[in-house]
Design a protein around this ligand. Sequence first.
Ligand SMILES: Cc1ncc(COP(=O)(O)O)c(C=O)c1O
Ligand SMILES: NCC(=O)CCC(=O)O
Length: 435
Amino acid sequence: MLGIKTTTIQSQSLFEKAKNFIPGGVNSPVRAFKAVGGNPIFIKSAKGAYIFDEDGNQYIELINSWGPMILGHAHPAIEEAILQAAKNSFSFGAPTAKEVEMAELIIQMIPSIEKVRMVNSGTEACMSAIRVARGYTGKPKIIKFEGCYHGHGDSFLIAAGSGAVTMGVPDSAGVTTGVALDTLTAPFNDLEAVKALIEANPNQVAAIIVEPVVGNMGCVPPKEGFLQGLRNLCTQNGIVLIFDEVMTGFRLAKGGAQERFGIRPDLTTLGKIIGGGLPVGAYGGKKEIMDWVAPMGKVYQAGTLSGNPVAMSAGLAMLKILNENPQIYTDLEVITSQIVSGIKGVLKELSLNYTINQVGSMFTLFFTENEVYDFTTAKSSNLAFFGKYFREMLQRGVYLAPSQFESLFVSNALSSEDVAHIVATNREVLKLMHT
Ligand SMILES: Cc1ncc(COP(=O)(O)O)c(C=O)c1O
Ligand SMILES: NCC(=O)CCC(=O)O
C-alpha cells in the first residue's frame, strides 16, 4: 500500500497545467520540489497518519501541513466543530462569543500572554508584532537571526530561512533598502553578536524576534543560556523580546517553547496548530504593550476575516484537546524519540556520522558531520545527498519536507508500525545511498 506503487501521472499532469496559471505551479514555494528534484505530488486527501495523492499512492506523514496537524489528519472532533460552525454561516466581520473563548483559552495556556489579537496567518502575526513593538518603544530597528523565518513580511526577508533559502532568495527582490536597513541580523545562538548590534545601535532597537527552537533552517535548538541571555539583554536595554512560536506554540508543550525553557517573552506570535488546520494566526503578550493596538492604541492592525467563526471553532477544538490531555506531549516525545533513536541506530550500523537534532516532536537529519547550531553549520549539509534521500524516502511511502532547511513535525497518529516503517525505510535508503 505505502509508497509510489502506481504512478504519479495525475500529479504530473496537474503540475503541468498549474504552471500555466499559478507562478511555479504552487501557492507557496516550499511545495515545489525545486531543491530535491522531481515534481510535487498533488494531494487528494489525508486521514490520521496518512496522506493520499491524486494517483492513489499512500504516504506516512512527517510534514503534517508544516506543523498544524499535530493530532494527525481530519481528527473527528475538529471535523465536527467545523461542520457545526459552518451551519451558522461562514463569516460575519463582527465580534463573536467563539473568539472570546479562544482568547481566554490562549491566555490560560500561555501565561506570558495577557491580551491577544487574532489574525489569519503566522506572517500577519509577526508583521503585526514588530509594528506594535516599534509603536510601543518608538524605535525603528529589529534584530532577527540568520536562517530564522518569520513569514514573508518585508522586514523578515533578510537572511531568511525556510523556502527563502531553499529557493536561493534569503534576501528577496522587492524589499526596499530602507526596510532592509532596519533589520539587523545575528547568528543564532551567538549572544555576543547580539550584544555588539545593540551597542552599535544605541536606542535604536525596538525588538528582538527569535524562533526559540528554530524550525526553518532545519531543527536547531537554542544553546543553554541563549534564550535567557536574550531575555536579559532585552530587559536591560528596553527592547521587546518576541518569541515567534508559530511552529513551536502548542507543539513543544501546551505553553510552547517558552514553557519548555522557562523564559517569558514580552510578545508571542502564533500560527499553524492554533487554527487546527484552518488559516489562523495570533499575536499577544503584555497588556501594557498590546494596549497599543487599535482601537485602544495608536498602532493600526485589522482584518476582514480575523477571528473567522469557522476557523475559531476548528482552533478551539484543537486547543481544548491539547489543554485537556497533557499526555499527548509525552506521547509525541516518545514517538519522536523512537524515530530519532532508530535513525541514529541505522547511522551507527552504516558508520555514518550525520547529525540529527530533535526537540520534542520536531527533528531534522542533517547530511553533515558538523554539529548544527546556526545557519552556517546548517548550510554545511550536503544538499545533493538530501535530495536523493528525500526522493528515495518518498518512493517508499514516507512524506518528508522537500528541503534540508525544514524541520519535520510528528503527529500522535503514528502507530508503532508506522515508526518501524520509517526507521526501516531510513535503513534501506541510507544503505542504498552509501554503497
Ligand atoms: C516560525 C515561523 N514564523 C512565521 C511563519 C509564517 O507563517 P505563515 O506561513 O502562516 O504565514 C512560519 C511558517 O511559515 C514559521 O515557521
Ligand atoms: N518552513 C516553512 C513553513 O513552515 C511554511 C510553509 C510554507 O511557507 O508554505
